[in-house]
Design a protein around this ligand. Structure first.
Ligand code: T4K
Length: 413
């Protein structure tokens, strides 16, 4: 007679009950400001019949963002990736550029797209940002720059990076896609390095549907980027550089202006949610909620959890599976790391040997839903689900092993 293992019936969807949430709860649900004001702006735009090409909304948004982050210039673009590409080209980067592998793949692609080699550098396990101590050993005669990424809106070790860039005559710029409305050492992010690049994608804390911008205090760099985002035109019929089409549309700028009016409200909601998550998750063994330095201003957009599989009794992927079955679409970030994505995986098959902290974090980290579409009731349910899963690790693991791998996990690609 064969003895089959009896599973306890836990209050989780993987054991067969209905998902805790009838609708999917997303990481990256857009924050939308005042709808009436947005629609009024769009109506005015239609009345004006000026839809793109450095229109009045784009100019107003650039002015307000420059003031908001305390820089001389904000050059609005159609998205953060093109903003990165244009900044890289306008700065004249060549050869190799040091970047963290723990970033969205756009940071690396913006270089490779122009045949500049992204050289992946490890992160500091504590901050999740590029580790200055690792940088010097990656510099070669071909290195022309460093791109720091302010991951989760937490500033890189800007001072150490500046010192290296100065000493080794390298350009320093920052991918600040996560860091709009975040500060570093008492100053707004946007004014560090030669320039900083924001993303205003729908999933970001501050959005303009699609959009991005480069912030800089460098007059000639700003001028060059303005020409480059408009095919290289200086005046009618006069092209003076190779350029592209990186222009932001008026409807995107209208959304950006509307989002800007609600920044404080978005921060308040994110902060409230962050504290609710911390109150619920801080005691659960094996889970660490990434702490924001509350002495700095930040947008609190990312609820970042590190899962210690040994302590929690469940791995990160198993927890994501449990939540996905409940319609909570927690995300792995930035799995599996740029160095394990093509074409970089083929170019640098042994890169992982230089990236132990990146490798470790990519296996441990997950992000939970935040933003204006998440409330404290939803958070307490999500916390309860995670508590139930971790408290019953062995049963959950057995159940998942038996469930068809129909629960599809996604990462931030
Ligand atoms: N550097 C860094 C460090 C970045 O994180 C990014 C972008 C960039 C540079 C480049 O900036 P952009 O060129 O994008 O401006 C998303 C975003 O597309 C991307 O902007 C973002 N980083 C990246 C981390 O995530 P996906 O593939 O994860 O997006 P998706 O479509 O799966 O959406 C995420 C979730 O949000 C979904 O569960 C559904 C929800 N969602 C999404 C959209 C677009 C909504 O509810 N409504 C929406 O309108 O890439």
């Amino acid at each position: 007679m064969t003895m089959s293992k009896i599973q306890p019936e836990l209050d989780l969807a993987i054991f067969g009950r209905a998902p805790a949430f009838a609708e999917k709860v997303h990481v990256g649900r857009p924050n939308v400001g005042n709808r009436e004001r947005l629609l009024k702006r769009i109506n005015d735009m239609l009345d004006r019949n000026w839809l793109t090409n450095d229109g009045p909304y784009v100019q107003q948004l650039e002015k307000q963002i420059a003031e908001f982050v305390g820089v001389r210039h904000c050059v609005a673009m159609c998205n953060g990736t093109v903003a990165l590409e244009i900044a890289i080209r306008a700065l004249g980067l060549t050869g190799e550029v040091l970047v963290p592998s723990f970033t969205f793949v756009a940071t690396a692609h913006a270089l490779q797209w122009q045949e500049i080699t992204p050289v992946f550098c490890d992160i500091d396990a504590r901050t999740h940002t590029i580790d200055p101590a690792q940088i010097e050993k990656m510099i070669t005669p071909r290195t022309s720059g460093i791109i720091g990424v302010h991951t989760w809106g937490r500033g890189c070790d800007v001072e150490a990076l500046e010192a290296i860039a100065r000493r080794r005559s390298l350009h320093l710029l920052f991918d600040a896609a996560h860091a709009f409305a975040c500060w570093h050492k008492g100053k707004p992010i946007g004014g560090f390095g030669r320039c900083e690049i924001f993303s205003f994608h729908a999933t970001k804390f501050f959005n303009s549907f699609e959009g991005g911008a480069v912030a800089t205090n460098d007059d000639s760099l700003a001028e060059k980027m303005r020409l480059m985002r408009n095919f290289g035109f200086r005046g009618n019929d006069n092209v003076i550089y190779i350029g592209t089409n990186g222009k932001m549309t008026e409807v995107c700028a209208a959304m950006g202006l509307t989002s800007l009016e609600s920044v404080d409200e978005f921060v308040d909601i994110n902060r409230r949610n962050y504290h609710a998550y911390r109150r619920g998750l801080d005691g659960i063994q094996g889970l660490t909620v990434m702490a924001y330095d509350e002495s700095e201003r930040t947008n609190y957009q990312y609820i970042v959890i590190e899962v210690d599989e040994h302590e929690a009794g469940l791995g990160r992927d198993e927890l994501v599976q449990v939540l996905t079955a409940e319609n909570v679409l927690a995300r792995r970030y930035f799995f599996p790391g740029c160095h394990r994505m093509e074409p970089y995986r083929s170019y640098f098959p042994h890169a992982s040997l230089m990236l132990p902290e990146t490798e470790k974090l990519c296996r441990r980290v997950m992000v939970l839903p935040n933003g204006t579409s998440v409330d404290e009731k939803a958070i307490s349910q999500i916390v309860q689900l995670m508590q139930t899963a971790v408290s019953n690790g062995p049963a959950v693991r057995d159940q998942l092993a038996g469930v068809e791998s129909s629960i599809h996990i996604r990462g931030a690609r």
